[in-house]
Design a protein around this ligand. Structure first.
Ligand SMILES: NC(=O)c1ccc[n+]([C@@H]2O[C@H](COP(=O)([O-])OP(=O)(O)OC[C@H]3O[C@@H](n4cnc5c(N)ncnc54)[C@H](OP(=O)(O)O)[C@@H]3O)[C@@H](O)[C@H]2O)c1
Length: 301
């Protein structure tokens, strides 16, 4: 038997349960792993609440990214073998927050030995998204990148990627995240009332790109600091970004391999700040559900 976190109905945290079920078996194009760590993402509770539709068969396994050791490979999988250390996205119908899961082989890469399992678990969703959202519109060295929500899982990695490219990075977050945001090399700007003026003081002409990781009114309030509204890319709220003239993030498919390489060389850190056991996975979810996470939260079965 093998334990997994699931939600039994669309709704609040009370629908989350740890269940024991048979160890999952990989289908064609899939690899089974013993999970070493799983990243927790806002998507987990958004899916549970039904905000992303009702496509998931109940009880629905939770967790969109994981690292671990391959225990079996499905038909047609040639790139992985039993015993490989990997990181990737769970296959349809599977979740990462579990003792064992099944990954989609095409969305899985070998884990470099320089990267810990905990850090690796933060790469498939948060890392790959940070890569894609900072590359959708290419800036040149010296141009300005403003990150709204800079202290979270995607934000800290996006800020570090911006510094690798020698952009001028402005990170908007709450006061408690000042040091964390500055640790990336970004200039910290406190979120909330008056944020526009604070940005204008540092960038009177406006900024070359806004990466939005918050959406809603926070995005509306800051959008006018973009020199060109087309240069707004959002992971959190594509509808508002599009309405303002920008766009939602497009997943390139190459982000996973690219960001894994960059992290391997120590240029970007996944900033795992909180680690929970599988027994405490619901607490891990509650931390992320506050919407004010610092860095990444992982569950280690
Ligand atoms: N489309 C995709 O493929 C994809 C992939 C990954 C993530 N996402 C989405 O992208 C968003 C960010 O993901 P994440 O994993 O980085 O989330 P996260 O770790 O929860 O971080 C979000 C950050 O936003 C900050 N924040 C909240 N309200 C803010 C405001 N008004 N102004 C400035 N900052 C504010 C929060 O802390 P403070 O308020 O304390 O600063 C927090 O650090 C989420 O909506 C997620 O669902 C989409």
């Amino acid at each position: 038997m093998s334990t997994a976190l699931v939600f039994t109905d669309y709704g609040g945290p009370e629908t989350q349960e740890l269940i024991d079920r048979q160890q999952p078996v990989p289908g064609p194009g899939e690899v089974a792993i013993e999970v070493k760590a799983a990243g927790v993402n806002p998507a987990d509770w958004k899916i549970r609440e039904g905000r992303l539709g009702h496509h998931w068969k109940l009880p629905a396994p939770m967790g969109r990214e994981a690292s671990g050791v391959v225990t079996a490979v499905g038909e047609g999988v040639e790139d992985f073998a039993v015993g490989d250390e990997v990181l990737g996205l769970p296959a349809t119908g599977h979740g990462g927050i579990a003792q064992h899961t099944v990954l989609s082989a095409e969305n899985t890469v070998l884990k470099p030995e320089e990267i810990s399992f905990a850090d690796a678990a933060a790469i498939p969703v948060a890392g790959a998204t940070a890569y894609d959202v900072t590359h959708q519109i290419e800036l040149e060295a010296g141009q300005s990148l403003l990150i709204l929500g800079a202290g979270g899982g995607v934000g800290l990695m996006a800020a570090q990627i911006g510094k690798v490219h020698q952009f001028t990075v402005l990170g908007v977050a709450s006061a408690s995240k000042k040091e964390l945001v500055e640790s990336t090399g970004a200039t910290f700007i406190e979120s909330g009332d008056g944020v526009n003026d604070r940005v204008r003081r540092l960038a009177p002409e406006g900024v070359d790109l806004i990466v939005d990781l918050v959406g809603g009114d926070a995005l509306r309030d800051i959008a006018s600091v973009a020199k060109d509204p087309q240069n707004i890319v959002s992971t959190a709220d594509p509808a508002t970004a599009t309405e303002l003239g920008g766009a939602g993030v497009e997943l390139s498919g190459e982000g996973l391999a690219k960001i894994t390489e960059v992290i391997k060389y120590g240029l970007v850190s996944p900033n795992v700040r909180e680690r929970f056991s599988l027994a405490d996975a619901r607490e891990a979810m509650a931390v992320v559900e506050t919407g004010h996470t610092a860095g990444k939260v992982v569950v280690e079965p």
